[in-house]
Design a protein around this ligand. Structure first.
Ligand SMILES: Cc1cc2nc3c(=O)[nH]c(=O)nc-3n(C[C@H](O)[C@H](O)[C@H](O)COP(=O)(O)OP(=O)(O)OC[C@H]3O[C@@H](n4cnc5c(N)ncnc54)[C@H](O)[C@@H]3O)c2cc1C
Length: 322
């Protein structure tokens, strides 16, 4: 009988863990509380003509590659035309002075980063993985020979989510308390459409600003040059406004307009919140041999790539399967 493994979380780390487990002959079920898969690969659709239903990334902004294992996956996405190279050069705003900085190649997608999760889950479904969205797990209990995921019994469980989310569903208080020590930044993410040509910048890191940390030209990121902009706030600003975040839409957009010196009319805008956005690097704690936790937090450089790689390494934790 194949080992029966539950993965809780259909974000990028849960997806890569599912690939690893199915390749090792496990029977895999993925549960996710969200209506849509992909977790922090957040997406919104524009409402107004001429951009009705055009997607905007409002979570992760782009991904980069430094490891050959992730490069292999990216090569597959590229061969399927799901992604494209965007830019290696961002502008930097620092006390009203604007410079540029060149770093690794940033990759974007035509249909939003979430489209990668949708693609991967379709592939996993073909391989026999059961994918259940809108299934919020309330309780995980590890016993000697099995794990209870709500009322269903599994041989092992993978918590593919931020530690502070995992802490909410674990019955073991000692483990939950340790996971609750993880430190997570928050963010508000706003988007808006202007009534003119797309601005000249690809993206701008905004340093030492009381509100904004990153402004992205979504038209350039997506490659259609639509005048759509995404603004991400800093964590301090976001944490104080998570509850009434919608009230701060105008303020966030106005700051981005000022920084990019945009005079045109804003014809559509919206905002979302990420109370759990990005982790400080965390130490992985000891878990029972039938339980693993994966995600972006267990790396010096938390991001999409590190979440993918952590999922790939899931078997290092699941001693019960070895
Ligand atoms: C605003 C923002 C900007 C970012 N920018 C970048 C960037 O530019 N580049 C980059 O590389 N990374 C960026 N990131 C980080 C990137 O999004 C993450 O590293 C990556 O998506 C993490 O994937 P994950 O699978 O580990 O976790 P997640 O994507 O958080 O997935 C966890 C999943 O678990 C599910 N879940 C949680 N609890 C339960 C439960 N009880 N029952 C069922 N399901 C549950 C959630 O619904 C979610 O789908 C950004 C993130 C944010 C929020």
């Amino acid at each position: 009988m194949p080992a029966k493994v539950a993965i809780i979380g259909s974000g990028i780390s849960g997806i890569s863990a599912a690939h690893k487990l199915i390749a090792n002959n496990c029977a895999v079920t993925i549960f996710d509380q969200g209506k849509n898969p992909g977790g922090r690969l957040g997406l919104r659709s524009l409402r107004n003509s001429p951009f009705v239903n055009r997607p905007v990334d409002v979570g992760a902004a782009y991904f980069t590659i430094s490891d050959s294992v992730f490069q292999e996956k990216v090569d597959q996405w590229q061969s399927l035309n799901l992604i494209h190279k965007w830019t290696d050069t961002f502008h930097v705003f620092n006390d009203y002075e604007i410079t540029t900085t060149t770093g690794p190649m940033r990759y974007g997608t035509k249909n939003g980063l979430r489209s990668l999760a949708i693609h991967e889950l379709a592939e996993l479904t073909k391989l026999g993985v059961k994918v259940l969205q809108e299934r919020k797990i309330e309780k995980v209990i590890s016993n000697l020979n099995s794990v209870m995921v709500d009322i269903e019994e599994f041989d092992a469980v993978v918590l593919a989510m931020p530690g502070i989310q995992a802490a909410r569903i674990l019955e073991n208080d000692e483990i939950a308390n340790q996971l609750n020590k993880q430190n997570w930044a928050s963010a508000l993410s706003a988007w808006f459409v202007i009534d003119s040509d797309t601005p000249k910048y690809d993206a701008m890191f905004v340093n030492n600003h009381e509100v904004v940390s990153l402004i992205i030209n979504d038209g350039k990121r997506r490659g259609d040059n639509a005048p759509v902009i995404n603004v991400i706030t800093n964590s301090t600003y976001a944490k104080e406004r998570l509850e009434n975040f919608a009230n701060y839409l105008d303020e966030v957009v106005d700051h981005a307009l000022e920084i990019w010196n945009i005079q045109s009319e804003v014809v559509e805008k919206g905002i979302t919140r990420w109370s759990i956005a990005q982790p400080s690097p965390s130490v992985r704690i000891d878990l029972p041999s039938n339980m693993a936790i994966v995600g972006d937090a267990y790396s010096d450089n938390p991001r999409i790539e590190s979440a993918w790689l952590d999922g790939v390494a899931v078997l290092n934790q699941l001693q019960v399967l070895n």
